[in-house]
Design a protein around this ligand. Sequence first.
Ligand SMILES: N[C@@H](CCC(=O)N[C@@H](CS)C(=O)NCC(=O)O)C(=O)O
Length: 215
Amino acid sequence: MELFYHPLSRYSQKVLIALYEKQANFYPRVIELSDPFSRNEFKQQYPLGKLPLFKTRTGDLLPESSIIIDYIDHEFATGTRLLPQDYSQRLQVRLYDRLIDNDLNNPLYLLEQMEAREEENPIKVRQLEKEIMLLLNELNDKLQRHHWLCGDAFTMADCALIPCLIHARNRLKLYQLDPIDRYLNQANTRGAWIQVQEEIELTRIAVQAGFRPIP
Ligand SMILES: N[C@@H](CCC(=O)N[C@@H](CS)C(=O)NCC(=O)O)C(=O)O
């Protein structure tokens, strides 16, 4: 099994956390989407050209972070169960996974794109920040009642949330939201996330030193 990914892509980080939680064996294949040669080569294999992408045991290609996590949770009996067996609990996990991708990860990405392009549009920035804060406040309330996002157990919803919160932390003053702050400290002691963070750090250092193109 192979994972095509980039260590600085949040959707890739989400899947990496899941793979480490499951103690799954896989071949890591880092793809530099910012490098035209590497991008074209990847697109020949997967024309939509998005990361992460997973090659299954039977050689099928699976895109979409949540679908990949569903597959590996089913495929590996080891480690953390990421999608609860109970139907209503599983529905909650799927719901929050969708909300986080659509209403937190994607607007965060739009903000980063605007910054990278040095695009001046304060109204759009405020609108995106408001959208993000609406969901963060709801997550904050939920975390007041739960240890992990959807209960006592770590799930796919946490795989989706942790990388986003780390990126949102400085920009959005998350330390004012106590339950989210507590959750972040707790996430920082989780083995799977520590492993992902190490790779993020090494990649950042390589990008800063000019050894790798900026994603
Ligand atoms: N819904 C997809 C989103 C994947 C996605 O947007 N990946 C970004 C990197 S974080 C990407 O590959 N962007 C390159 C592009 O859009 O050309 C998932 O959950 O995996």
